[in-house]
Design a protein around this ligand. Structure first.
Ligand SMILES: *Cc1c(COP(=O)(O)O)cnc(C)c1O
Length: 425
């Protein structure tokens, strides 16, 4: 497991995945309704990491990754939202990136070499990664994003997180960025000189703390005021399918729930695969939920592996839905009008997916993945009121330290760049 966390991506171009899922203590499943999220996350993380890390270290990493409020909110009768967006950058990715940062720090503490963390992104993962790794000793972070997807201001927010953060604008698309990063991991020569790790959700470690969220929500829902006897369905705003993969792993190790729904926007390679059995990616379409504009979901191979490569089995364990922009708008408006709950566009996709079920009355839970204030202008327009203040201006920037660097969209350009930043080794 330590290798999977540090190296992140094997040199053969695949993904790390545990050979078999660990067993969770039976008593845990009975007691979890009374446990805090951090206590639960300690147990579920320990089963994956206990062989490689001290229990006190795991506890410290868990507590730091989950140091903010994660409330379970009732939207309406038997409809709940687990709000994962109260962390430093307002998206749920704070959880996985902070957990990964803690682990890498522990791994690297006694190593004199610098660790180089690579990440490809169209924006928000970069902010979450910069926030989690900013200022960390012995670690350099390289955030690659396509030209034009990250504003100068966002780039300076990333750079302001710490001198170890490098924002790199690539004159190409997100596919070029992803290819550059995966080429680096396949380059054995580079990996002999430069210690590499990835902060994308291809790094298995990011999924570990996410398992706990499912058990926590299940425990709390079982305890809710109106006891929920029927199995409840869970709808997840899905892009790279990291959360859905974590949910399916949770199910395999003992989570009791109904359907697990991967809710996509129109970048719905996953939903089409579930229906046709064919993986056919498509060009990126911009939507109101841009953090899910992922036509090439990197965790799909993990989901298939969990189902033993058997599509029928996968279909029996998870379902899928597609929600377009019109439906996002309608769902935000209707949810606000009928319940008073303000959902951001990503979360609205999951709420819409619950509404698309055959039996809409079954209890349902959505993971609320982004803060509504991050989409304030969209939501205000939909609701027709200046309900939310745009908080994107409130992130402190300690002076615009420097600009993003530029790279050609080729692997040799990245390699040269990485080697020149590591010539002191
Ligand atoms: C990344 C992201 C998603 C998609 O999560 P995956 O685990 O990649 O499927 C959904 N909502 C928001 C707000 C995100 O940032």
């Amino acid at each position: 497991m330590q290798e999977a966390v540090t190296a992140s991506l094997p040199a053969d171009g695949g993904l790390y995945m545990p050979l078999s899922l660990p067993k969770i203590p039976a008593a845990f499943v009975h007691n979890m309704g009374d446990m805090s999220l951090r206590e639960i996350a300690y147990v579920t993380s320990n089963v994956f990491l206990g062989e490689d890390f001290d229990s006190s270290e795991i506890k410290r990493i868990v507590d730091n990754a989950l140091s903010f409020d994660i409330p379970l909110v009732e939207i309406s009768e038997n409809r709940f939202a687990l709000e994962l967006f109260h962390g430093p950058t307002g998206v749920f990715k704070d959880i996985g990136t902070r957990f990964l940062a803690g682990l890498l720090e522990a791994v690297n503490r006694n190593d004199s070499r610098k660790l180089n963390v690579l990440v490809s992104t169209t924006g928000n993962t970069g902010v979450a990664v910069a926030s989690a790794f900013g200022g960390m000793k012995g670690v350099n972070v390289y955030i690659l994003y396509p030209y034009g997807t990250v504003s100068k201001k966002t780039a300076s927010i990333m750079l302001a997180s710490g001198g170890n953060i490098h924002a790199i604008e690539v004159s190409g698309g997100i596919d070029d960025c992803k290819k550059m990063v995966s080429s680096a991991f396949r380059d054995k020569e580079l990996r002999e000189t430069v210690m590499l790790s990835s902060a994308n959700s291809t790094n298995f470690a990011r999924l570990i703390p996410q398992l706990a969220l499912f058990f926590y929500a299940a425990g709390r829902m079982a305890n809710s005021v109106k006891p929920i006897r029927q199995p409840f369905d869970i709808a997840l705003p899905s892009g790279n399918l990291g959360m859905l993969t974590a949910g399916l792993m949770a199910k395999h190790i003992g989570l009791k729930c109904g359907q697990l729904i991967g809710a996509c926007n129109v970048n719905n390679t996953f939903d089409r695969y579930m229906k046709s059995g064919v993986v056919e990616s498509a060009p990126t379409i911009r939507t109101l939920a841009p953090l899910m504009d992922m036509p090439d979901p990197s965790n799909l191979p993990r989901l298939m592996a969990l189902a033993g490569g058997d599509l029928q089995k996968l279909r029996s364990e998870v379902s899928s839905a597609t929600v377009d922009d019109d439906m996002i708008v309608k769902t935000i408006r209707q949810t606000a009008l009928t319940t008073g709950y303000i959902a951001d566009p990503h979360t609205a996709i999951a709420i819409a997916a619950l509404n698309l079920r055959d039996d809409k009355l079954r209890p349902g839970l959505v993971f609320a993945t982004a803060a509504p204030s991050k989409s304030a202008h969209i939501i205000n327009e939909i609701i027709g009121a200046e309900l939310l203040a745009d908080d994107s201006d409130q992130i402190p920037v300690n002076g615009l330290r420097q600009r993003a660097e530029r790279l050609a969209p080729t692997y040799p350009a990245l390699k040269k760049y990485l080697l020149s930043h590591n010539n002191n080794l």
